[in-house]
Design a protein around this ligand. Structure first.
Ligand code: UDP
Length: 490
């Protein structure tokens, strides 16, 4: 009998935020039959993949109710300068609707409470939905942060106000790149959560480039995390011991590392291009074990045409079998990357035909199925946290090529701190950098053929990640503590 209801709200901008939220809700409701979940959806018609995903989850998750919030007027263009700004304002505008839904759950009609006496245990907000903390407080409902990025990045976010003062005095704006650079070119940063000093060049673009409102929103949300009753992080202690310890110093709300929560079925379950996805897996079936490199830059990652040409040339030179997922850069701030219509138009003459002999160039792919295939031996990744956890789960070595958000810091962590990835380029910035074919080819060869330390570390982490969520593993126990707290507070 379900007794406790947990409510989730997640940033509607992309699947990278929504998927781990839904998976966590599934994980929790499967682990403890006393819990059911409601996921509050902010519908965005321009996000057809998000809608397809939700549709499929609703059909296969009996203990999760997907509640679609009524539409609101979108923020007007003079109110935001970045897509992050747009979505944060959009989330804020949903506050009254969220309040209404929770109020209704808290005050069931007589008939409802006779048939079903479920009590609201908590509201979980993700990293950019902190405006809903106010709703939880108003209604006296416990509120938790569900953080789908690494613990190291959470610690970094909590350190932002201190860093802000340091950047203001010790840094200056480089007029060429419009990025903040240290006045002393040799300066490095000591950030809690990282054992090594960080080169400033791996900080998120939003922090180094204060041109638009993106940085404001970062700082704003980070400042609110400590108002919650707990920090639930999709990671595991064995992966990020130092970062988790640095969050447990008594300064912050209790921390619950409950991961890795990964969507192992992935888009194979819900993506409209079933036939295309099947043909990828069939092609992999015909390859020898660990021979294929997989290249994918997340749900939003797109590269310039010049960069695609360098990659294509590098792949052709390396002659390593590959699956390469690419997409076209968005045309407007709020657009999603599209699919390239014709590769012949953007790649040098004859190269597409030559590449067809050694690999497959695709649009959206069933990533977790690919990573789980024995033919795959390496992953060139933008280091989005879901991709990292999926790769570790399957023990696939990573070559780090970060693009946006916190990915440069994730790449630093993987390459320099935990030595689980080889480096393509740690401080790559979308639009202003170019990795040349030769550099890429060298990285590919290191990934597929060299670096025994990375190979060994990845293998061990694969086992540790599985142990963490199995009975009595570190994340299993951590989730148990969270469940106890949710049940006691109700
Ligand atoms: N993904 C996928 N196919 C693609 C691109 C992405 O299945 O072609 C999935 C991937 O498996 C991961 C998620 O989308 O679960 C991307 O999340 P991540 O945190 O890695 O990156 P983001 O998209 O948030 O930048």
């Amino acid at each position: 009998m379900r007794q406790f209801e947990v409510i989730f709200i997640s940033f509607p901008g992309n699947l990278g935020n929504l998927v781990p939220t839904v998976q966590f809700a599934r994980h929790l409701t499967n682990r403890d039959p006393r819990f059911s979940a409601t996921i509050l959806m902010i519908d965005i018609c321009e996000r057809p993949l998000v809608n397809a995903y939700i549709h499929s989850c609703a059909a296969s998750s009996p203990h999760i109710n997907f509640h679609h919030l009524p539409p609101v007027d979108p923020p007007s263009p003079d109110q935001y300068q970045s897509s992050l700004g747009y979505f944060c304002l959009l989330v804020e505008k949903h506050r009254p609707h969220v309040k209404q839904v929770i109020t209704k759950l808290l005050n069931p009609t007589e008939l409802e409470s006779e048939s079903n006496s479920v009590r609201v245990a908590a509201l979980f907000v993700d990293m950019f939905c902190t405006s809903m903390i106010d709703v939880a407080r108003e209604l006296g409902v416990p509120c938790y942060l569900f953080f789908a990025s690494p613990a190291s990045f959470l610690r970094f976010m909590l350190h932002l106000p201190t860093l802000e003062a340091q950047l203001a005095t010790d840094y200056t704006l480089d007029p060429k790149t419009e990025l903040l650079v240290p006045k002393d070119p040799a300066a490095v940063l000591t950030i809690p959560g990282f054992t090594n000093a960080l080169p400033p060049s791996v900080l998120p673009t939003r922090v180094l480039k204060k041109k638009n409102d993106g940085y404001f929103w970062f700082l704003h949300h980070a400042g609110r995390y400590t108002e919650t009753d707990g920090l639930v992080v999709n990671t595991f202690r064995e992966l990020e011991q130092h970062a988790v310890d640095s969050l447990c110093n008594g300064e912050f709300p209790p921390v619950y590392p409950i991961g890795p929560i990964v969507d192992l079925a992935g888009p194979a379950q819900w993506h409209p291009d079933r036939a295309g996805h099947e043909s990828i897996i069939n092609w992999l079936d015909g390859q020898t074990p660990s021979s294929v490199v997989f290249l994918c830059f997340g749900s939003l990652g797109s590269l310039s045409v010049d960069q695609l040409r360098e990659i294509a040339t590098g792949l052709n030179r390396a002659q390593i079998r590959f699956i390469w997922s690419i997409r076209e850069p968005p045309k407007e701030t709020l657009d999603l990357p599209g699919e390239y219509k014709s590769l012949q138009e953007i790649l040098p003459d004859g190269l597409v035909d030559e590449l067809e002999g050694i690999g497959k160039i695709c649009g959206w792919v069933p990533q977790s199925k690919i990573l789980g295939h024995e033919a795959v031996g390496g992953f060139v990744s933008h280091c989005g946290w879901n991709s990292v956890l999926e790769s570790l789960w399957f023990g696939v070595r990573i070559a780090a090529w970060p693009l946006y958000a916190e990915q440069q810091m994730n790449a630093f962590q993987l390459v320099k701190e935990s030595k689980m990835a080889v480096e393509i380029r740690l401080e790559y910035r979308e639009g202003s950098d170019l990795v040349l074919a030769e550099e890429f080819e060298r990285g590919l060869k290191r990934l597929m053929k060299g670096d025994d330390e990375v190979r060994k570390n990845i293998k061990q982490t694969r086992e540790k990640s599985r142990m963490a969520i199995s009975e009595n593993g570190s994340s299993y126990r951590s989730l148990g503590l969270l469940i106890d707290k949710l049940a006691v507070n109700t």
